[in-house]
Design a protein around this ligand. Sequence first.
Ligand SMILES: *Cc1c(COP(=O)(O)O)cnc(C)c1O
Length: 354
Amino acid sequence: MNIEIIKTQTPKQKPDQKNLGFGDYFTDHMFTMRYTKGQGWHSPKIEPYAPIQMDPAAMVLHYAQEIFEGLKAYRSPEGKILLFRPDRNFARLNVSAKRLCIPQIDEEFAIKALEELVKIDADWIPTEPGTSLYIRPFIIAMDAHLGVRAANELLFTIILSPVGAYYKEGFNPVKIYIETEYVRAVKGGTGFTKCGGNYAASLAGQEKAHELNYSQVLWLDGREHKYVEEVGAMNVFFKINGTVVTPSLEGSILSGVTRMSVIEMLKSKGYNVEERLLPIDELIAAAEAGTLEEAWGTGTAAVISPIGELFCDGKVYKLNDGKIGETSQMLYDELTGIQWGKLPDTFGWTRVIG
Ligand SMILES: *Cc1c(COP(=O)(O)O)cnc(C)c1O
């Protein structure tokens, strides 16, 4: 398929790179591609960034048939444009698609389209330390139809947003609220997919956390409220007595690209890493005994987010004196070093656009 390219006649002014925040600014162009039943995916285009026209009955607005991805492009010190494991993101998009009855996309084609788009908006990749170009691919159901069924018409879009730090704390410990009432996902549901509905269901817990001045929610499993699952938009790791423990993928948590990269990196450095069910009682006991040495979240947006405090059932547990732990620091330095092209990529994770 040939991608039609329509360039903007009115380029926007670029934001101040020192105050990007996260997800507030968008580049000059976007990629779009349509799906029509019987015809498949068609009409790929790079066109000026603009509002999407849809019918008020568009199915996504009513039944939330929507999936998305999140990855980043970085500008290396030599001026090259780097992507971090984009193949993993588009493979996961298809995993999400399958669960939400959305037709599969051609992963290689989608990566090519993304590369074309990033090249066209290359001037938007920020270069200040800690900044990058966040990439948001998403697919939505477009049929004007109010009966519940899988869509026959869909729109695949990629938009780009120059970003700074995800959390206002930057690379500093965040405070985490352990939610014991609401749940985010259950086995058999959509927890392993990146779909908007999961996030809609998480907002109430998030609000509770914010009221108590905690920045993120740590979710427990949906059936027994017994096992640790993940944090809002991050997978979670704990260093207990020298061993790194992270919840195993049981169908209700997302298989994070950062998570899998962190596991690989830790193993390559000789760490003992366990992917298993982690009871919240074990975690709290470790915190009380002083053997919970470190905790951190992993995700594309924040990369590594050290955890300085846990709140569970009215009790507060401080971790590592609220300071950044050595493993979190090492992972942040090594991972962002590879992502920004400042350290050699011995894992083969980087894709150079060119
Ligand atoms: C995106 C996301 C993550 C992190 O995945 P990465 O691929 O590392 O960015 C973790 N949990 C949830 C719920 C997510 O949506």
